[in-house]
Write a protein that binds this ligand. Sequence first.
Ligand code: FES
Length: 259
Amino acid sequence: MSATEHVQLGLPELPAEPYPAEVRERLDADAAAVVARYPQSRSALLPLLHLVQAEEGFVSRTGIRYCAEQLGLTTAEVTAVATFYTMYRRRPAGAYHVGVCTNTLCAVLGGDQIFAELQQHLGIGNNETTADGSISLEHIECNAACDYAPVVMVNWEFFDNQDPESARQLVDDLRAGAEVRPTRGARLCSFKETARILAGFPDERPGAVDESGAGGAPSLAGLRLARGETLPGTGGGTKVVAPRQQESTDEGDAEGEQA
Ligand code: FES
C-alpha cells in the first residue's frame, strides 16, 4: 500500500520516523541506564515509555519504535502497553497537564462540575491542549485520594478539596507563570520533567524529595481508628472500628470458651 493510500484510509504511515541522530544519542545513554536496572530488558518498558514521553511530552509513534528497538519487542507489543496505561499520553501534553478526577466520589462532590467549568474556561475539551501549549486537560479516574475529594492533579501532584472557583484560579495561575504549590508533595515541574522522574531518574531540584511528605490526617484516620484511637470531633470515646488487638483477644476468648 502506498503512502497516499495510507493517508486516504487514515492509517499511520509505517514505519515511524526514527529520532534525529542527536536526540537518539542522548536517549541511548539514558535508555541503557534504565535497561541495566532489570534482569530482562523487556521489564524496562514502562520506564522507557516515560523516558520517551519526557522527550516529546507524549508517546509518539517514533517513541514506540524507539522502545521496541531498544528492548527487542515489536511495535505492536509496545503499543499495546502504551495504550493500556492512561499515564502515557498519545497526544502532546501542555507544560501543565491538568487531570480532574471524575470518578464516583469526586464526581458527586463536585468533580463533574469542575471538569465542565474548566473545559468552558479554557475553551478545550477532554484530552486537548490550549493553543499556547500551557495547559492540557483530561478527566481521570480515581487517584486513590478520595479522602480529599474532589481532587485535581497537575503533572500528577495533588490539589485537594477543589471547587470550580479554585480550579479556575489554579489554571489561571499556571498560565500566568505564578508559583503554584500542590496541597501535598513536591513543588511542580513541567510535564516533561515529571515524566523523566517517573522514568526513574533522580529529582535534582534541591529539597524536592523532602517536600514529598507523608500521609495527611484524612488518609491516616482509618489507621488511627483501627488502632483504637479516637479522632477529634468524633465524641471522645466513640470507636468506629474495633481495635485489631482487641478483636483478636475477643476471638481468643471465644475459642477458649468453646474449648
Ligand atoms: S474518586 Fe477521586 S480520588 Fe477517588
